[in-house]
Write a protein that binds this ligand. Structure first.
Ligand SMILES: Nc1nc2c(c(=O)[nH]1)N[C@H]1C(S)=C(S)[C@@H](COP(=O)(O)O)O[C@H]1N2
Ligand SMILES: [Mo]
Length: 246
């Protein structure tokens, strides 16, 4: 199975038939979605994978695997894209708008970093390896105009958006990620290309990156009218982050 899909960590309910545990897993996933502000967790495959195929005891779900990302998507998914179909449009307040394909991004200087991934709802994956192109290099390649002071990101899921100030976007720990967990960014994690904003909560790390637009002001992203901070520095919680450690 996809090693990136989370295992639910509820203890086994002894004697309960598998079907009931799947049902409970979905209820828990649903409740987590409500508590987390409505994010839909793809509970079905996450629960059915390990229990249905490989984990009749339910014990694997209790082992900390270190890469226990949870799948988050506010949509039911996104189209699958590969080197033939993937395009990243970079435009807005720039002199030379561009459309970058996967091979264009791969040909640019790559940077690697190992950082924790922290969702504002409290889960955290330590020391995740990432690599890709610095967002600042992508921005430089389109020559932003003097009016460009912020960056807006759109997802090819058709719904999710995010934003950063130009100063935030130019940090060297903000990348257009091509790899994650030592391999290409998997579809469920927002592949083939997602944003990774290391110093901020996970909701800034937009998955299925399709567009980068230079703007004259910060346009609040998907979650911000729904209660999350526009500046999402890890540690400055929104009151939802019970176990932030940095
Ligand atoms: N397009 C898109 N990007 C997204 C989200 C989303 O729902 N849609 N969720 C965000 C949130 S809240 C988190 S914590 C991370 C989760 O990344 P993962 O699904 O790879 O674990 O993706 C972020 N990027
Ligand atoms: Mo999140």
């Amino acid at each position: 199975m996809d090693s990136g899909v989370m295992r639910h960590e509820e203890p086994d309910i002894s004697g309960a038939p598998v079907g009931r545990r799947i049902f409970l897993g979905l209820v828990v996933a649903g409740a987590a979605g409500i508590l987390g502000g409505g994010a839909i967790q793809k509970g079905l495959s996450a629960v059915m994978g390990p229990i249905g195929n490989h984990d009749p005891t339910g014990l694997i779900g209790l082992i900390p695997l270190g890469n226990n990302f949870r799948f988050y998507s506010v949509t039911t998914g996104a189209p699958r894209k590969d080197e033939n179909s993937y395009e990243l449009t970079v435009g807005g307040l720039v002199d030379t708008p561009r459309t970058l394909r996967l091979q264009d991004l791969r040909a640019m200087p790559q940077t690697s970093l190992v950082r924790d991934f922290q969702c504002v709802t409290g889960w955290r994956v330590p020391e995740v390896p990432w690599s890709g192109v610095r967002l600042s290099d992508v921005l430089d390649s389109v020559s932003p105009t003097a009016e460009a002071t912020a960056v807006r990101f759109t997802s090819f899921d058709g719904t999710y958006t995010e934003s950063l100030t130009m100063e935030q976007a130019r940090r060297d720990d903000v990348i257009v990620a091509l790899t994650m967990l030592d391999g290409p960014v998997k579809h469920d994690h927002g592949g083939p290309v997602r944003l990774y904003v290391a110093p901020m909560y996970g909701y800034k790390s937009l998955k299925w990156l399709g567009g980068i637009e230079l703007t004259s002001e910060v346009v609040p992203g998907y979650w911000e009218p729904r209660g999350y901070s526009i500046d999402a520095w890890v540690g400055e919680s929104n009151g939802r982050d019970d176990d932030a450690t940095s």
